[in-house]
Design a protein around this ligand. Structure first.
Ligand code: ADP
Ligand code: ADP
Ligand code: ADP
Length: 214
């Protein structure tokens, strides 16, 4: 299957993607995680991306699309993938369509996670992620690690993302509403969108998502 996850920052895309990807046996591709891995390795791409990310803006399309394409061409993604955080504007969606079209492929579904802005702010304020792997995600009250400050999965140190500071979150929400939300209408035009509520417990949302993708 080829699935795109859409939703505001903090909606639970990464959390859900981890379960869904496992259930559906497809790789979870998060452009945010790819950028953060580049930042920790201090690559040129990481340095460029960090300035945009810290300001709550989108990283320029050219580098983002190249990075996403490169990842989607890896052998494990040839049979399908779950995209998390890409595409994030209409030009990226068009670039993805082009990419798939040249291979004779198409998307199966666009899963839209709905969460009110107030809940997003609460989820992001408490989010903590692992230094070793930013796909290991916790929340100080909703998903606390067994040992404070340490990752259950790998023992890595947990920290708060620089771009999870409250004023940056407001900016990211604004970017989401103005630049990312239009892709939902774009994909509605292709009859691909399924919308679910991302409120409630993590496993309830996973259930809703699996049901919606049937
Ligand atoms: P969240 O999970 O909170 O929505 P992500 O980890 O997906 O955040 O993204 C963090 C930041 O990385 C974004 O605010 C943006 O700066 C950058 N980023 C991630 N994906 C993209 C993309 N497809 N296009 C441009 N920038 C992106
Ligand atoms: P996104 O990838 O959309 O930015 P995350 O998966 O990182 O979102 O989730 C944001 C924060 O909210 C994390 O701290 C995560 O533990 C928490 N979270 C995720 N899903 C839920 C949920 N259903 N209820 C409460 N908190 C959640
Ligand atoms: P703002 O005016 O909100 O501070 P910018 O002017 O930095 O934001 O960028 C506006 C949008 O254009 C962002 O989504 C950013 O990623 C994108 N952008 C900025 N520079 C480039 C570039 N060189 N190529 C493509 N897109 C870019």
């Amino acid at each position: 299957m080829r699935i795109v996850l859409v939703g505001p920052p903090g909606a639970g895309k990464g959390t859900q993607a981890a379960f869904l990807a496992k259930n559906l046996s497809i790789p979870h591709i998060s452009t945010g995680d790819l950028f953060r891995a580049n930042i920790s390795r201090q690559t040129e791409l990481g340095k460029l991306a960090k300035s945009y990310m810290d300001a709550g803006n989108l990283v320029p399309d050219e580098v983002t699309i190249a990075m996403a394409k490169d990842r989607m061409e890896q052998p494990d993604a040839l049979g399908g993938f779950l995209l998390d955080g890409f595409p994030r504007n209409v030009s990226q969606a068009e670039a993805l369509d082009e990419m798939l079209k040249t291979e004779g492929l198409k998307l199966d579904a666009v899963l839209d996670l709905e969460v009110p802005d107030e809940e997003v702010v609460k989820r992001i304020a408490g989010r903590r992620i692992c230094r070793n792997d930013s796909s290991h995600v916790y929340h100080v009250s909703y998903k606390a690690p067994a040992q404070e400050g340490l990752c259950d999965e790998c023992g890595g140190e947990l920290y708060q993302r620089d771009d999870d500071a409250e004023d940056t979150v407001r900016k990211r929400l604004e970017v989401y509403h103005t630049q990312t939300e239009p892709i939902i209408d774009y994909y509605k035009g292709q009859d691909l969108v399924v919308t679910i509520s991302a409120l409630g417990k993590v496993d309830e949302v996973t259930q809703r998502a699996m049901e919606a993708l049937k």
